[in-house]
Write a protein that binds this ligand. Structure first.
Ligand code: NAD
Length: 458
């Protein structure tokens, strides 16, 4: 995630060299503004850390490290998920909080950026203990959370069950006060939004489909006349069958894979999917609905034996999990974890286009290496905002106590993502920066302008 910092600084530098950006600033003050903005955007406003005191069922008491990082409230209340995972640490949570600030600014949501984390392996705790951990999280961070202060949501290891529990605890602690919007990603009966669970996966595929179908169709002429290397990559893959490999078949990966499988606009063939155990491969295309059905009955796991495949009439070869990244395919859709493509494997990546469903799945070195080769990377900040966009709709629906249908939610989600794409794509295909850099420039420009106008640079 070091690349975040590098790209923020490069984006600010590019902006400061452009005289139409904050034209009131003269040369010397531009230099000072640059330094101030680097400092303000690089560091979080607050890092809150606690050790949750939890009494386990075997009567031992444990102290579990927990974090809430509030990166920036420039645009609105802090907003970002709470992750339950054994690898959670302060640096990771801080980087993810920063990414939320940039993502919310890019998609013009009225939120700042935050993130939380608890250092546990959820599978090692029973349901009562997990419930207690959620309640303790709210008790320990109670004074900094709230519908207009900091609004957590699900992340890796948490879901609507945990958000319901946390909101319930928030309500207990604040009787008579508004509580419904203190958390998003809740179950529908508790004020959650229809469509929230599928929103990120649908949004991830939508960004790709919109770029490769709608945008290319409308802009083919001028794109074919530019010498932009990424325009060339996109056009080379336009209007032909695309082979797609999906890493990670959880909430995000399975929904995005299904969207790709069912897409009426692009002809996709999903040649491979993987989870933490296995990769399944079929050069003629996998039956994604059958695999989703399997995972619904197997606690989310893909089939790992020939018998399981046969029983569910899925035709696939069982292969080593990590071979997926190096397959000869057109598109890699990364929907598992951070840092999956790195210095060790970057030169063996064969896909020409990569969609980042997960946050930060490509390291800084690999990102540069692939961009230099003309690989078109649709970055996390652009592609995986569907969850936070629908969280925003959940927040509005909770305030107004008026609820949208699932179709209305998706219509507004796609409109919002289309708006962002229409802002970014013409600029991207018109200059030499990778798409990630273009998105960062847009976010940094918005955040810097607001900070300047709010008098934060003095
Ligand atoms: N779900 C959301 O709304 C959302 C929003 C933004 C970002 N993300 C990011 O997307 C990623 C996936 O999120 P999710 O909600 O689908 O999580 P999930 O836990 O539902 O699914 C993760 C999947 O990845 C698989 N996996 C784990 N390690 C793997 C490996 N080494 N190789 C291949 N597969 C592996 C798991 O088996 C599982 O299928 C995370 O990085 C998350 O931060 C999710």
């Amino acid at each position: 995630m070091q690349k975040q910092q590098t790209i923020i600084e490069e984006s600010l530098k590019a902006l400061m060299e452009d005289e139409s950006f904050l034209p009131d600033l003269q040369a010397q003050t531009r230099e000072q503004a640059f330094k101030s903005l680097v400092a303000l955007l690089s560091t979080p406003n607050h890092i809150h850390k606690s050790f949750l005191r939890v009494s386990l069922d075997d009567n031992t008491i444990v102290r579990i490290p927990a974090f809430r990082v509030q990166h920036s409230d420039t645009v609105g209340p802090y907003k970002g998920g709470v992750r339950f995972h054994e690898s959670v640490n302060e640096g990771e949570v801080s980087n993810l909080a920063k990414l939320m600030t940039l993502k919310n600014a890019l998609h013009e949501l009225p939120f700042g950026g935050g993130k939380g984390g608890v250092v546990i392996k959820p599978q090692e705790y029973n349901i009562r203990e997990l419930n207690l951990i959620c309640k303790k999280y709210v008790q320990y961070f109670d004074d900094i959370l709230g519908p207009d202060k900091d609004i957590p949501a699900p992340d890796v290891g948490t879901g609507e069950r945990e958000m319901d529990w946390m909101m319930g605890e928030f309500k207990n602690i604040h009787p008579g006060q508004p509580y419904r919007n203190s958390f998003t990603g809740k179950s529908v009966v508790n004020g959650g939004s229809l469509g929230r669970r599928e929103a990120t996966g649908k949004g991830v595929y939508f960004t790709f489909r919109y770029m490769m179908h709608n945008f290319l169709n409308e802009n083919k002429k001028w794109l074919s006349e530019t010498d932009n290397v990424f325009a060339n990559t996109a056009l080379t893959h336009h209007d032909r069958k695309l082979s797609v490999a999906v890493q990670g078949f959880g909430n995000l990966g399975s929904v995005a894979a299904l969207e790709a499988y069912q897409c009426d606009y692009l002809q996709n063939k999903i040649v491979a999917v993987s989870d933490h155990n296995v990769m399944l491969y079929n050069n003629d295309g996998l039956d994604i609905p059958a695999l989703i059905k399997f995972t619904e009955e197997s606690d989310g796991e893909l089939p790992t034996t020939e018998e399981e495949l046969e029983e569910h009439e899925v035709k696939a070869e069982i292969r080593e999990r990590d071979e997926l990244l190096e397959l000869d395919c057109d598109v890699l859709l990364l929907a598992a974890l951070e840092d999956q493509i790195h210095e060790e494997n970057m030169d063996r990546i064969q896909a020409s286009m990569i969609i980042e469903g997960a946050n930060g799945p490509i390291t800084e070195d690999a990102d540069r290496y692939l961009a230099d080769k003309g690989v078109l990377i649709v970055p996390d900040i652009l592609a995986n905002a569907g969850g936070v966009i629908v969280s925003y709709y959940e927040w509005i629906q909770g305030r107004e106590a008026q609820f949208m249908t699932e179709d209305q939610v998706y219509e507004r989600l796609f409109d919002k993502m289309k708006y962002t794409m229409d802002t970014i794509l013409p600029q991207f295909f018109g200059d030499p920066f990778p798409l990630r850099q273009n998105c960062y420039i847009h976010s940094v420009m918005k955040l810097s302008t607001i900070m300047y106008r709010q008098g934060k640079l003095y």
